[in-house]
Design a protein around this ligand. Structure first.
Ligand code: LHQ
Length: 264
């Protein structure tokens, strides 16, 4: 599949999706959003892929919406239909990332701003380089957190910090981000690629179907009663009980050896 603004490469069972507009800090365009939607759909459906890494080319992760897409219209006195833009780009792409039935690592190599931060929050794990920075940039241009930012950020860091970050637009460093729980770990820029590769390899060797079902259960849990959650757990566990990886895990335990999971 040919892409213009992202690249996709495969290293064994790991698919690397890289935002590829380094001179714009990988700011998002409608084209890039469509390409991400396609790449995540494909990786989600590809049985060979058992972990996905999303990262950025160059010194940025993603600077959010490419503001130059709207600049000409504003300068000419126009008012683009932002809701239509959201519906046809972010509202299609973000749910695909969230619901991808594979573990997704945001490998945050540099600055993540606005919709770029929302995109990182749509991933399952966030690993930041110690050179990464984060900003809910929306308020600085008179906007509200979109592309899932109003939903995902409070779930990551809690309402008070989410609100503070969203109404100040403050740029925070990776250390602050890990202290807040915005990212799960920070690694040195020098070993960033190797550390992410190791984590991706670890996740790719896990029972992929159980990870997919776990994601779906946890994502739905906030809107369920305990009774409903227990019902959903039983349905999912019954399905997992039928998998090769469940049998392999139990056998490996009994035989005191490492399991060889196959993602089926
Ligand atoms: C950029 C961008 C960018 C274009 C850096 N666009 N060129 C919004 C509107 C409408 C509809 C729907 O949704 C949204 C959602 C959003 O995402 S709103 C938030 C949009 N993003 C921002 O407001 C962030 C703007 N960027 C920044 O504040 C800074 O660039 C950050 C803090 C990200 C990084 O700062 P620096 O490390 O100092 O880099 P820089 O500012 O020098 O940027 C490098 C280049 O990238 C520069 O171009 P140049 O030609 O001067 O080298 C920037 O113009 C360009 N760039 N962000 N979003």
């Amino acid at each position: 599949m040919a892409y213009e603004q992202i690249t996709v490469s495969h290293e064994g069972p790991v698919a690397w999706i890289t935002l590829n507009r380094a001179d714009r800090l990988n700011a998002l365009t409608a084209t890039m959003s469509g390409e991400l939607e396609r790449a995540f759909t494909d990786a989600g459906e590809d049985e060979q892929v058992r972990c996905i890494v999303l990262t950025g080319e160059g010194r940025g992760f993603c600077a959010g919406q490419d503001l130059t897409e709207f600049e000409a219209a504003y300068r000419a006195g126009g008012r683009p239909d932002i809701a239509e833009h959201l519906r046809t780009s972010y509202h299609r792409m973000i749910p695909v990332v969230v619901e991808t039935p594979k573990p997704v690592i945001a490998a945050i190599n540099g600055v993540a701003a606005g919709a770029g931060l929302s995109l990182a929050l749509a991933c399952d794990l966030r690993v930041a380089s110690d050179e990464a920075r984060f900003t809910q940039a929306f308020v600085k241009i008179g906007l509200i957190p979109d592309s899932g930012g109003s939903y995902l950020l409070p779930r990551a860091v809690g309402y008070p910090k989410a609100l503070e970050l969203s109404i100040t637009g403050d740029l925070i460093d990776a250390k602050t981000a890990v202290d807040l729980g915005l990212v799960s770990r920070v690694v040195a820029a020098a070993s960033f690629r190797d550390d992410v590769t190791a984590l991706a390899g670890q996740l790719a060797s896990m029972p992929t179907l159980a990870i997919a079902a776990t994601k779906a259960l946890l994502q739905r849990s906030a809107t369920l009663s305990l009774d409903e959650a227990l019902t959903q757990e039983a349905i999912a566990q019954a399905a997992m009980g039928q998998t090769h990886d469940h049998v392999e895990g139990v056998n490996a335990f009994a035989e005191k050896r490492e399991p060889r999971f196959e993602g089926r």
